[in-house]
Design a protein around this ligand. Sequence first.
Ligand code: 5GP
Length: 187
Amino acid sequence: MNKKLFVISGSSGVGKGTVLRGFLERNPEFMLSISCTTRAPRPNETDGVNYFFITKEEFQDCVEKDKFLEWAEFAGNCYGTKKKYINQCLEEGKDIILEIETKGAMQVKKQMPEAVLIFICPPSYETLENRLRGRHTEDEATIKRRLEEVKKELKAAESFDYRIVNDDLDTAIKTLEDVIKEEMKKC
Ligand code: 5GP
């Protein structure tokens, strides 16, 4: 079975979640992977839907037992994608999208070179800083930490297969659709 795995990354506040949701609404046959995280759920988040929320000990145990396809620490929390989960989805014939940060994306590419890496870029660093502050979901220290990650991520984006600028939402969704459709033709 020739199923595709797409990895979408983008700095916090770049709106990659919104672009991805827009894409998934129009293309519901794609499956969004659910990650494990040690981060506490936000008020609107549900376990098993947005993430599998696990303890640091559980996460560490998975790392030691090599259960993650990729994992990374991001702004003080750990995030990872289970190998078993991905393999099951691929066996079920699903095309999967992972929404993860760049260190994890690079690990996926190493283990599965056929994976397609797409980076959603902000029009500028300043736009991104404003968007991140405008969300009002994190305190100042968390925002500062996330902005540090942003700089590193923009550098890592240079080695992605595709970069899509999220200036206008509809255009970004359309471009993502075009990229994915083009890649699906190669299957
Ligand atoms: P948030 O805490 O805002 O939900 O996510 C923080 C960052 O972690 C985002 O950049 C998100 O894409 C990334 N992330 C979510 N799940 C995973 C994962 O399984 N692995 C990695 N490496 N990053 C993830």
